[in-house]
Design a protein around this ligand. Structure first.
Ligand SMILES: [Mg+2]
Length: 212
C-alpha cells in the first residue's frame, strides 16, 4: 500500500456540523422524515441530470432557481413546501469544527498536501472561505467550478490532478457513503465520518502526525 501524501476533506459534516441536522429540524415541521425531505431538497443519492440542487452544484443554474424547481420532487413525495426551505439551508447556522480545521495545519506541517473537495454553489464561496479559510488547503475543488459533483468521477480526477499526487496516495474524509464509493474505486483510502473525534482518530491511523 502506498504511503499517504495528501489528505482531502469534504465540507458539510466533516469541517462543519452536518447539514442533515438542519434538514431533520425542518422535517419535523413538515411532518415528514429527514430522509424524505433530504431527497426532495438535496436530490437522490445518485447524481442525476435533473434535480435543481444537483444542477446548481454543477454550476448549471443559480441558487435562486433551486426552490422554484423543487415542485415536482415535492409533489412526488407528497410534501408541501413553504417556499423558504433552500433559503433556510443556505443561511449557515452550522458549527465550524475548529479541532478539525486546526488539524489541517498540523498535517501540512508534517508534510502532507491538503485538499477540500466539496459539492457547493458559486454563491456560497465567500461564506465558506470566511468560515473555514481556503488558505488551509493546497487544492480547493468546488463542484460548480469543475462542473461535476460528487459522486461523479470527474471531480475526483480533478482533485488528484490539482494535488499532483497518485490516487493511492490520497485519503479522503466524507460523511456521505455514496461519495466514498468512487474514491475507493480509484484507489483512494477513505474515512466515513460520523463526528470530529472519530474522524481525527481514524486519520491518525492512516496519515499519522507526530503527537505534541
Ligand atoms: Mg458532507
Amino acid at each position: 500500500m502506498a504511503a499517504i501524501r495528501a489528505v482531502v476533506f469534504d465540507f458539510g459534516g466533516v469541517l462543519i456540523s452536518p447539514i442533515v441536522e438542519k434538514v431533520a429540524v425542518m422535517a419535523e415541521a413538515h411532518d415528514t422524515t429527514m430522509h424524505e425531505l433530504l431527497h426532495v431538497l438535496l436530490g437522490p443519492r445518485e447524481s442525476g441530470p435533473d434535480h435543481p440542487w444537483h444542477r446548481c452544484e454543477r454550476g448549471e443554474i443559480n441558487v435562486a432557481e433551486i426552490q422554484p424547481g423543487l415542485g415536482p420532487w415535492a409533489a412526488a413525495a407528497g410534501i408541501s413546501l413553504r417556499g423558504d426551505e433552500i433559503e433556510l439551508l443556505m443561511d449557515g447556522g452550522y458549527r465550524v469544527l475548529d479541532e478539525v480545521i486546526a488539524h489541517i495545519d498540523v498535517l501540512r506541517a508534517a508534510g502532507y498536501r491538503t485538499g477540500l473537495l466539496t459539492n457547493t454553489f458559486a454563491e456560497f464561496r465567500p461564506k465558506m472561505d470566511a468560515d473555514i479559510g481556503f488558505h488551509h488547503f493546497d487544492a480547493v475543488v468546488e463542484s460548480f467550478a469543475v462542473q461535476a459533483r460528487k459522486p461523479e468521477l470527474a471531480i475526483y480526477e480533478a482533485t488528484r490532478e490539482m494535488l499532483d499526487v497518485d490516487h493511492d496516495e490520497i485519503v479522503y474524509l466524507d460523511d456521505f457513503d455514496q461519495n466514498l464509493e468512487p474514491a475507493l474505486a480509484l484507489g483512494w483510502q477513505v474515512i466515513h465520518v460520523t463526528g470530529p473525534e472519530q474522524s481525527l482518530a481514524a486519520l491518525q491511523e492512516i496519515a499519522p502526525v507526530p503527537r505534541p
